[in-house]
Design a protein around this ligand. Sequence first.
Ligand code: GDP
Length: 297
Amino acid sequence: MFDSLSGRLTGVFDRLRQRGTLGEADVTEALREVRLAMLDADVALPVVKDFTAKVRERALGAEVLSAISPGQQVAKIVNDVLVEQLGGAGAVPLNLAATAPVPVLMVGLQGSGKTTTSGKIALRLASRERKKVLLASLDTQRPAAQLQLAQLAERAKVASLPIVAGQTPTQIAERAMETGRREGYDVVILDTAGRLSIDAALMDEVRAIRDITRPAETLLVVDAMTGQDAVQTARAFNEAVGVTGIVMTRMDGDSRGGAALSMRQVTGAPIKLTGSGEKLEALEEFHPERIAGRILG
Ligand code: GDP
């Protein structure tokens, strides 16, 4: 991972004479390699430019350390800045610090893995944190959606809101919160309807649900495999409803994960969790340093 970029940078510096500090020409040449690696990993061009400018600033004039080569030193700066931009070394936990039942709103496009992720989060909260979780599907668009969530709830051994035919998404949201209060749930996970593309009706609906439930977390679920499209999705949802955290699914695929960096920049919201498979257990905390390694290739 980071070794291979380090190798490429060392190659660059082997061709240059070592001086007391990292010179402008050295850094420029090294950053050309970094730019290629990042574009390869599907990081958006403006984000790459912004990123390389930060690395340049830090690298220029940095004392050359005798223990490592200048190439390794730039590679380390690149890695450090990337980890910082991805949100620092640690994973950001879900924020459930609100009066119970704490509403968690799941948003995203259809097929992003939203329903599966709702089930995964429910399982995690119930099994690791002993929370009493209620899953509620507000998807009245797809006939099977509410049933799919009920089946996931069964697999996760958590409760799901009984299905009542004919209710609108906002009516279901109200009923979910009422049930949550009445039956003493800690967390209510609200799985909203997705669409194949972003449209005004979807955003209006999500906004209405948000206003009714006032979620502690609004988690955007995006498919890592969709690359730059995922970034557009993130921008649209963030502008329309305000995203507090991102879950990137399909990290088990072969995407390099560059969208993670762009999404973080575009929304300002941390990536909190990643999905790495179809099983309910396949949910992990987001580790910036792992993604940094993957992006650098
Ligand atoms: P939704 O339309 O956004 O609710 O998407 P679903 O939750 O129904 O997921 C769509 C498909 O993606 C299903 O077949 C899931 O099993 C699959 N899926 C969800 N998350 C992941 C993941 O992290 N990795 C993989 N490989 N598949 C996933």
